[in-house]
Write a protein that binds this ligand. Structure first.
Ligand code: NAD
Length: 498
C-alpha cells in the first residue's frame, strides 16, 4: 500500500506515529493509500526543524524571499496538470475545478511576491525635537496552519504563502482525507529555493492539532474547518498565548429580487449550489426568492436546470461535479435530506441512492432540491455541505435580507437584482462578511481579504491580502534621537508633544 509520509526539514520522513488513515479514491470507493498520522513527538521534530531554519529565513532580505515565491509560482504552473489530477483523485472534485483550487492558491502566491512592498513600515521625520519615529513589521517565528479537506491546495497556500513571505517558518497540518497535494506543494517550495525547514507538513488528526495548540515554540495558528472545531482551536490556542485565526462553517444565501435577470440567476445559482458537490464554504445552498411570482419562476427554471446536471467521475470532462469526499460524508448529507422531508419541506428532486454505472462503489450523490424550507427547520440552520439547494420563500425584501443576517453563519451572501440602490443598501446592512452583487461566489481576490462573520470565523484578522500580512507579522515602533551635541534637562514627566 502506498504510504503518504510527512515532509520535514526538506524531505519525506516516516517519523514515529504508528497510526494510519485510509486515503480513498472517492470515484471508486477504494483505499488507494495510507497517510501516516503524527504524534506530539513528530510535531516536535518538525517544530525543531522550523525553529532552526527561522532566523536565517527571517534574515534573508524580502526581495530574495520573493524570488523564491516567484520560482514557486512558476513551478505551480509547470506542474498544474499533475497537481490537479492528484487533488481530484483524493478529493473527488472534477479536474477542471481542481485546477481552479490550485490557481486560487497560486494567486495568493502572486500577492505574496509583492512582500518587499507589503512589509514597508511607516516613518515620521521629526515627530519631536530631533526625534524620528518609524515602525517595522517583523515575523512571528514558527507558525502553523490546520486545513480542511475541501481546498487542499488553495487554503494551505492562503496560509503558508503569506506567512513564509513575511519571514516565518511553517508547519502545515493538512486534512487527513486528502494530504498528497500539500506534500507536493512543500516539495515544490524546496525546489523553488526555500531552505529545508521553512515549510514542513505533518499529517495527523486531533492529536497533532492539540500538539500544535500547546507547543510553546509555535507563535501563531491559522485554522480553516468546521465551526465547533474552529471555536475549540481558537479558545485553546489563544489560552496558550498564540495568535489564532479560525475560519468555520457556512450557510450562504442567494437573495433573488423580483427584478433579477432570472435566466442568469438560475445559471449562477446552479453552479454555486452544486459545483464541487456543494463542498465549498462559499457555495450557495440557500435560495431566497422574493414574492410568489419570483419563487414560482425560480423553482420551475431551477428544477429544469438541475435535471440537466451530469454527475461523473473526476476525470470526466463533461461532469458538472464528481463524488463527495467519503462514504460517511455522503451518509451525513442523505441524513439531512431525510431530516428536511421529516420537517415538512417539499423535496422536488431527491439525489439519494444514486449510483454511477461502472463506479457503483464510488461516493456519488445526485443533486437535491427543496422548496418551502422554513427558517426554524434544523436542516436549514445547519451546514449540510453537499449538493442540496434549499429554497426559502420570502414575501418581502426585508424578510429575505433578515435571513442571512440572523443565521448563525455569516461567511458569504449574494443578491441578484438590477436595482443598484437595493444592492448597495443590502451590501451595507447585511450581517455577513463577504457579499456578492450578481456574483454568486464572492470569494475576494488574493490582494483583498477573505473572512466571514459570526460562527464562520473566530478571531479578528482575515486570510490573505493586507490582513494576512498583519496576521503573520508583529509591528514594532522605534522612537529615535541621535546625539546632537547639546544636553537636555532630566525630566520626570511623561513625554508629550506639548
Ligand atoms: P473539519 O473541521 O472536520 O477538519 C478541519 C481540520 O481540523 C482538519 O485538518 C482535521 O484534521 C482537523 N480536526 C478534525 N477533527 C478535529 C478535532 N476533534 N480536534 C482538532 N482538530 C480536528 O472540516 P472538514 O470536514 O475538513 O472541512 C469542511 C468544513 O470546513 C466545512 O464546515 C466548511 O464550511 C469549512 N470551511 C470553511 C472555510 C472558511 O474559510 N470559512 C473554507 C473551507 C472550508
Amino acid at each position: 500500500m502506498r504510504e503518504i509520509l510527512h515532509f520535514v526539514n526538506g524531505e519525506r520522513v516516516a517519523l514515529t506515529g504508528q497510526r494510519r488513515s485510509d486515503i480513498f479514491n472517492p470515484n471508486t470507493g477504494q483505499v488507494q493509500a495510507q497517510a501516516a498520522l503524527g504524534t506530539a513527538d513528530d510535531l516536535g521534530t518538525a517544530v525543531a526543524a522550523a525553529r532552526a531554519a527561522q532566523p536565517g529565513w527571517a534574515a534573508t532580505n524580502p526581495q530574495k524571499r520573493a524570488r523564491v515565491l516567484f520560482n514557486f509560482k512558476q513551478l505551480l504552473e509547470d506542474n498544474m496538470d499533475e497537481l490537479a489530477e492528484l487533488l481530484s483523485s483524493e478529493h473527488g472534485k472534477v479536474v477542471a475545478d481542481s485546477r481552479g483550487d490550485v490557481q486560487r492558491g497560486l494567486e495568493v502566491i502572486e500577492f505574496a511576491c509583492g512582500i518587499p512592498h507589503l512589509l514597508k513600515g511607516e516613518y515620521t521625520e521629526n515627530a519631536g525635537g530631533g526625534i524620528d519615529v518609524y515602525s517595522m513589521r517583523q515575523p512571528l517565528g514558527v507558525c502553523a496552519g490546520i486545513t480542511p479537506f475541501n481546498f487542499p491546495a488553495m487554503i494551505p497556500m492562503w496560509m503558508f504563502g503569506v506567512a513564509i513571505a513575511c519571514g516565518n517558518t511553517f508547519i502545515l497540518k493538512p486534512s487527513e482525507k486528502d494530504p498528497s497535494v500539500p506534500v507536493r506543494l512543500a516539495e515544490l517550495m524546496m525546489e523553488a529555493g526555500a531552505p529545508a525547514g521553512v515549510l514542513n507538513v505533518v499529517h495527523g488528526d486531533k492529536e497533532v492539532v492539540d500538539a500544535i495548540l500547546h507547543h510553546p515554540d509555535i507563535s501563531a495558528v491559522s485554522f480553516v474547518g468546521s465551526s465547533d472545531i474552529a471555536q475549540y482551536v481558537y479558545a485553546t490556542g489563544t489560552a496558550n498565548g498564540k495568535r489564532v485565526q479560525a475560519m468555520g462553517g457556512a450557510k450562504n444565501h442567494g437573495i433573488i429580487l423580483p427584478d433579477a435577470d432570472m435566466e442568469q440567476t438560475v445559471k449562477d445559482m446552479v453552479g454555486a449550489a452544486y459545483g464541487s458537490a456543494g463542498e465549498r464554504c462559499m457555495a450557495l445552498p440557500v435560495a431566497v426568492p422574493v414574492g410568489k411570482k419570483t419563487a414560482d419562476t425560480f423553482v420551475e427554471m431551477m428544477t429544469e436546470e438541475v435535471g440537466k446536471l451530469n454527475i461523473g467521475v473526476s476525470t470526466d470532462p463533461d461532469a458538472h461535479y464528481g463524488p463527495v469526499v467519503s462514504a460517511a460524508h455522503r451518509q451525513r448529507i442523505e441524513q439531512y435530506i431525510a431530516m428536511g422531508v421529516e420537517e415538512g419541506a417539499s423535496l422536488l428532486i431527491d439525489g439519494r441512492g444514486m449510483t454511477l454505472q461502472g463506479h457503483e462503489e464510488g461516493f456519488f450523490i445526485g443533486p437535491s432540491l427543496f422548496d418551502n424550507v422554513k427558517p426554524d427547520m434544523q436542516s436549514y440552520r445547519d451546514e449540510i455541505f453537499g449538493p442540496v439547494l434549499q429554497v426559502v420563500r420570502a414575501e418581502t425584501a426585508e424578510e429575505a435580507i433578515a435571513l442571512p443576517s440572523n443565521h448563525q453563519y455569516g461567511n458569504g451572501v449574494a443578491i441578484f437584482t438590477r436595482d443598484g440602490n437595493a444592492a448597495r443598501e443590502f451590501a451595507r446592512n447585511v450581517n455577513v462578511g463577504m457579499v456578492g452583487i450578481n456574483v454568486p461566489i464572492p470569494v475576494p481576490v488574493s490582494y483583498h481579504t477573505f473572512g466571514g462573520w459570526k460562527r464562520s470565523a473566530f478571531g479578528d484578522i482575515n486570510q490573505h491580502g493586507p490582513e494576512g500580512v498583519r496576521f503573520w507579522t508583529k509591528v514594532k515602533t522605534v522612537t529615535q534621537r541621535w546625539p546632537s551635541g547639546s544636553v537636555s534637562d532630566q525630566s520626570f514627566i511623561i513625554p508629550t508633544m506639548q
